[in-house]
Each structure stands twice: as C-alpha cells, then as structure tokens.
Design a protein around this ligand. Structure first.
Ligand code: SAM
Length: 322
C-alpha cells in the first residue's frame, strides 16, 4: 500500500466520466461556453479497467462517479455495469439532476443507493443565471423520484455572495423537510477563481457566515463524521443534518484520501496541484505490466497533496469533477 509521511493513502476514487456538461455554472465556466466531451476521452471499458487496477494498486475502497455531468455520457451504462461487479464498498454519483428521472432505473439497477445533487438555488430566475442550463422543476422532480426509489440524497450548494445567499435558509428547510442532507461547499479557488482573487473574495461565503445565518433560526450541534470526511457535519436536533465542506475555513488536506481520474486518463492526487499523471496508455496493458508503472505514478500523485490547506489550482471542476 502506498502511504505518505502523514499516514495518508488513497481510499476514495473520483472518476470524471466525461468533461461534457449540460450546465455552464458561473463559478465553474466563466465564459459560459458548454464543454463537450474531449475527443481523446477514454472508453467505458478503459475507465472501468482503471478502477479495477486502482483498487489493486492503491487500495481504493469507494468510488464516486462525477464529471462534467456523468448522466450525459453515453458511457454511463457500460461503465456502471462493469464497476458494479468489482466488490467496492460504496459507489455513489454526483449529478446536476437534470437527467436524474430518466436515468434512475439504470442507476438503481447498477446498485447506486446514494447520490449528491448539485443545486444552488430554489429560485427559477437565479437558477437560470447561475447554472446557465437546465430547468429547476426537472431537477426537483428527479430528486423526488430518486427519494421514492429509496436513494439517500445529499444536496450540494455553493453559496455565493450576491447570487444565492438568500437561498441558504429556503434550501436548508427544503432539504430538512424531505430528509435530504444539505452540503454547503465553500467556493474553491479553482480555474479563473485561482487567478482572480477579487472575483473569489467578492463571492466567497465562509463557514462562520453560514453558521451565523443558520444559527439565527435553528439550534445546531456538531455531529460525528468519518476521519477522512471533507465536510464538517452538524445536527439540528429532531430535524436532520447539514454539512459544510469548508476548504478555506477548516482545511482537510491532512486527512485527504481522494484520488481523481479524468475522462482523458490523467490521475490527479490533489485539486490544489497543477501536477497530473497520464495513465491512459497503461489501461490497455495487461495487469502485470500496468500495475508496477501505475504504482510509481501513484507515489507521485500522493506526493502532490498539500500538507495543510488547499491553496488554489488551475484545474477547473468541470474537467476533474468535484
Ligand atoms: N455535473 C455534476 C454536478 O453538477 O454535480 C458533477 C460535476 S460538478 C463540477 C461537482 C461539484 O463541484 C458541484 O457541486 C459544483 O457545484 C462544484 N463546484 C464546481 N466548481 C466549484 C468551485 N470553484 N468551488 C466550489 N465548488 C465547485
């Protein structure tokens, strides 16, 4: 097993199935242009082999499928069928929910029981101006159907000053009423936000600001979370939980166990590092040739992790997934 000086190792793999997305969120894609799938994206079979090899070479236990938007990818079904047979502890998916209702039978059949749905507002006008794609009613309907199918749902919201801060409480109440767990994600200095500190600071909302808003209306207590969790989790007694992924306020690099594989075959050991390691060519090789080379690259990827805190990165989430 590859372990670093801080005792960190890779346990959680995030696969960006495609860089294509049916949204163009303001904080992710500043020019508003829809990203299509890269021409050199790996096949479903090569990506599934990537998961298989990484389980063996790095000790991956949990997989999250993300993007881009994973539900737009034609590879989804073949990929899910293959990874469903690998004995992973947990497979989950992050989606914007636009195609959730349509793809639900496929997700249920593939054994997905947990999904994260990204939703920054319940206001249809603000929704259009932040997501720049999709339709709010469709997302809410998809979540309702997923809940009825027995899925556990977390909702990801990126609070942005001047855009959706008025939605923190409505979204929290909406989630508490339905048994969804709301996860606020502090805005991350990625892509254009890593280069433009002013744009970042103008929009950034901190953990403390969120807690102060929520505390005006609810009593909350800090709740338990796994050691390598990225979110600080809170309980509102008798009503439910919420969490904050507080990259800036409570950095979690010291216990980070995440590894990312892009749709074009690059391994990323850290979102805050511009280093990446190409493994696409190894995935066509037989196991005995691929694994030793993969292990060397995994050592490098683990070495890319920040010691303490996320300091910003040139990569955009749309390419590598959240
Ligand atoms: N399309 C899927 C979705 O919408 O959930 C998966 C990919 S999306 C890039 C994953 C998550 O990253 C979303 O919840 C999105 O809000 C978040 N995200 C993207 N850019 C971010 C940034 N700069 N800071 C914080 N979160 C970001």
């Amino acid at each position: 097993m590859i372990v670093d000086r801080q005792g960190r190792r890779f346990r959680n793999l995030r696969i960006s199935l495609t860089s294509a997305c049916n949204y163009a969120c303001t904080y992710c894609v500043p020019d508003g242009k829809r990203l299509v799938a890269a021409q050199d994206e790996l096949s479903a079979e090569a990506m599934a082999r990537g998961v298989e090899y990484l389980i063996e070479a790095a000790g991956i236990e949990r997989l999250r499928i993300t993007g881009g938007e994973p539900l737009v990818s034609p590879k989804l079904e073949r990929f899910m069928t293959a990874v469903g047979q690998m004995g992973l502890e947990d497979i989950s998916l992050t989606t914007n929910g636009q195609l959730l209702a349509k793809k639900l039978p496929l997700l249920v059949d593939a054994g997905i029981r947990r999904i994260n749905v990204s939703l920054d507002t319940l206001d249809p006008v603000a929704f259009k101006s932040i997501a720049r794609g999709g339709d709010l009613t469709t997302v809410l309907g998809g979540m309702e159907q997923a809940r009825a199918a027995g899925m556990k749902i977390k909702v990801n919201m990126v609070p942005l000053r001047g855009q959706n801060l008025d939605q923190v409480m409505p979204l929290l109440e909406y989630c508490l009423d339905r048994g969804y767990e709301l996860r606020f994600i502090e805005l991350m200095r990625m892509g254009h936000l890593a280069r433009d500190s002013n744009a970042f600071l103008q929009q950034f909302v901190s953990l403390q600001q969120l807690l102060s808003l929520i505390g005006d209306q609810y009593e909350y207590l800090q709740a338990n979370a796994p050691v390598d969790a990225t979110a600080v989790r809170y309980e509102i007694p008798g009503q439910g939980h919420f969490g904050v992924i507080a990259n800036e306020s409570v950095p979690f690099c010291r216990t980070c166990s995440r590894l990312r594989l892009s749709s074009t075959g690059w391994l990323h050991g850290c979102l805050s590092s511009s280093n990446r390691h190409f493994v696409g060519d190894l995935l066509d090789k037989p196991r005995h040739q691929a694994l030793p080379a993969l292990q060397r690259l995994l050592m490098k990827a683990l070495g890319d992790k920040q010691e303490v805190a996320f300091s910003g990165g040139a990569t955009i989430m749309k390419i590598i997934g959240g």
